[in-house]
Design a protein. Structure first.
Length: 179
């Protein structure tokens, strides 16, 4: 390709004019196809922004579980960042029961217990996770050697998540302690 030099006194040669025309043609072609590329990029960015906005409005739970309580109803104004429901994951379900003071010495955390409930079918297993160190009275009485048998202690046992998913919060159960 010839070097294209021109001055005010001498116009460019025909071969230089052809090279300049080709370059100009390429530049125009690039600018003609650039807007569709820019439009496609703008559309992708708009789609990403719409997805982000939708994600900010969507409610997602960090764990799977049962909705235990709802704090608002349709039409209520919910302040930003406030929870709208409480969840009870199967891993957080526990069987709570009370044992009399004479039985307390036989129980240890990590020990297994059996329990059953109406309509639950076969007895189920749970593992003791907590034994209270505070005694409670079944009826209001005074401390005495005769009334010591009326002291009860809270015990909590966790069933497996598969069993816990079948139980309802507050459901009465019958616990069978190990001998």
């Amino acid at each position: 390709m010839p070097a294209c030099k021109s001055s005010a006194a001498k116009p460019p040669s025909p071969s230089c004019r052809a090279a300049v025309t080709d370059r100009e043609h390429c530049r125009r072609a690039r600018t003609r196809f650039a807007p569709p590329k820019r439009d496609a990029q703008a559309a992708r960015e708009a789609l990403a922004q719409a997805d982000w906005r939708l994600g900010q409005r969507a409610i997602a739970s960090p764990v799977a579980g049962r909705v235990n309580d709802t704090y608002y109803v349709i039409g209520d104004w919910v302040p930003a960042g406030n929870p709208v429901a409480s969840l009870l994951p199967p891993a957080n379900v526990k069987v709570r029961f009370f044992v009399p003071e004479p039985v307390l010495g036989r129980l240890k955390p990590g020990q297994g217990v059996n329990f059953s409930c109406d309509g639950c079918g076969a007895p189920m297993d749970a593992t003791i996770t907590f034994i209270s160190d505070r005694a409670e009275f079944t009826p209001p009485v005074l401390y005495s050697r005769d009334n010591r048998a009326k002291l009860v202690f809270l015990v909590e046992a966790k069933p497996s998540p598969e069993i816990a998913a079948r139980l309802n919060p507050g459901q009465p159960v019958d616990v069978v302690l190990p001998q």
